[in-house]
Ligand binder design. Structure first.
Ligand code: ZN
Ligand code: ZN
Length: 309
C-alpha cells in the first residue's frame, strides 16, 4: 500500500525493531571475540547474565545498574568500559536491558562444563563386558575424550566430553553418557547437521574404513561440507532410532532407547550387507528372541523398507 512508503512512524515498526535487515550481517575476527573475554570482570558479567537466563529461560536480561551491582563493581565508568567490550558479540543492549547472546550462553556453559579449564585424566574398570570377547571394559578419560576400551580389541568407541561432564559420575553413568552422546551425534549428523560446527553433513554408504583400518561391517561416512569433519559409523547404527526397530524391541519387552550400544547384539559382528550396488541397498538384520527384522537402507543411510517378522 502507498501509505507504507511514507516516513511517518508505523505502530508495527516496534515489533520488528530489533530485527536487523538481512544485509546487516557482519563477521568479526575470532581473535577479537576471544580477546573480549580475557578479563575477570567481563567473564563475571557473562556468568551473571547467564545465571539470570538460567532462571528465566527466555530473552531477558538486567539493567545497567542491576548488572553492575550483581557483578560487584563500584566504578560505573570502569564497569561500562568492560561491558562495552562484550557488546554485540556476547551481550546486547536491548532497550536498556543487557541480554546475553547465544554466543555468551555457549561461553558460560563451556566454562561451567570445564571445557577450557579441566585437566582431568583417569582410567577405571566397569561391570560391563566386551560384546566381542567378554573381557571387562575399561573407561578411560584424557584430553577431553572418553574412551571405552577392551584389553583385547582396543577402543570400542569414544566421545569428546568436557571435564565437568565426567566429574563425580560413576563408571555406569559414564558409559550411559558416552552412549547418549554417540547416539545423539550419529542422529544429528544423519539429519544433516555437523556435530562440530553445525555445517551441512552428507552421508554416503558403503564407505571405506579409515586408512590403515579394517572393518567387518558395512560403514557409512558422514562428512561435513563446511569444516571437513568426517566420521564413520556401522550401517547397523543408523537403524537404532528407526520407529520399526524401536517397536520391534518394545513388543518384546525391551526399551531400546534406554539400552547401551553394548547391549545391541545387532551392532556387533558382520551385520550389514550390500545387497545391491545400483541403486545402493544395504541390508541390516535386527534379531531378538529368535525373531528377525530386516531393514534396507539407501546410500544416504535412509531406511527405504522394513521387513517385519
Ligand atoms: Zn573385546
Ligand atoms: Zn562441520
Amino acid at each position: 500500500m502507498a501509505d507504507d512508503a511514507t516516513d511517518g512512524p508505523n505502530p508495527e515498526d516496534d515489533a520488528v525493531e530489533t530485527d536487523p535487515p538481512t544485509d546487516a550481517s557482519t563477521r568479526i575476527d575470532p581473535a577479537d571475540a576471544f580477546d573480549a573475554l580475557g578479563d575477570g570482570t567481563r567473564l563475571a558479567i557473562v556468568e551473571t547474565l547467564a545465571a539470570h537466563r538460567r532462571e528465566n529461560w527466555a530473552w531477558s536480561g538486567l539493567s545497567f545498574s542491576e548488572l553492575r551491582k550483581a557483578v560487584g563493581v563500584r566504578d560505573a565508568g570502569r564497569f561500562n568500559y568492560h561491558l562495552d567490550q562484550l557488546l554485540d558479540t556476547f551481550v546486547v543492549d536491548d532497550d536498556g536491558e543487557y541480554v546475553l547472546t547465544t554466543a555468551g550462553m555457549e561461553v558460560a556453559g563451556a566454562i561451567r562444563a570445564g571445557t577450557y579449564t579441566e585437566r582431568r585424566r583417569f582410567r577405571t574398570s566397569t561391570d560391563r563386558s566386551c560384546p566381542g570377547c567378554g573381557a571387562e571394559i575399561e573407561v578411560a578419560y584424557r584430553h577431553g575424550t572418553l574412551l571405552l576400551t577392551c584389553p583385547e580389541h582396543g577402543v570400542i568407541f569414544g566421545n569428546s566430553l568436557p571435564g565437568g561432564a565426567v566429574a563425580d559420575r560413576e563408571p555406569t553413568e559414564l558409559l550411559a553418557l558416552a552412549d547418549m552422546k554417540a547416539r545423539r551425534d550419529t542422529e544429528r549428523a544423519r539429519r544433516g547437521a555437523c556435530v562440530h560446527c553445525w555445517g551441512t553433513v552428507t552421508a554416503t554408504m558403503p564407505a571405506e574404513p579409515p586408512d590403515g583400518e579394517e572393518s567387518e561391517q558395512v560403514l557409512a561416512r558422514l562428512a561435513c561440507e563446511d569444516c571437513g569433519m568426517v566420521f564413520r559409523v556401522p550401517a547397523a547404527a543408523c537403524v537404532v532410532d528407526h520407529p520399526a526397530v524401536v517397536s520391534f524391541h518394545y513388543e518384546r519387552g525391551v526399551d531400546i532407547r534406554d539400552q547401551s550400544y553394548l547391549d545391541m547384539g545387532f551392532l556387533t559382528g558382520e551385520n550389514g550387507e550390500v545387497v545391491s550396488e545400483d541403486p545402493v541397498r544395504v541390508r541390516v538384520d535386527v534379531e531378538l528372541d529368535g525373531d528377525r527384522l530386516t531393514v534396507l537402507l539407501d546410500e544416504s543411510t535412509a531406511v527405504v523398507s522394513v521387513d517385519e517378522p
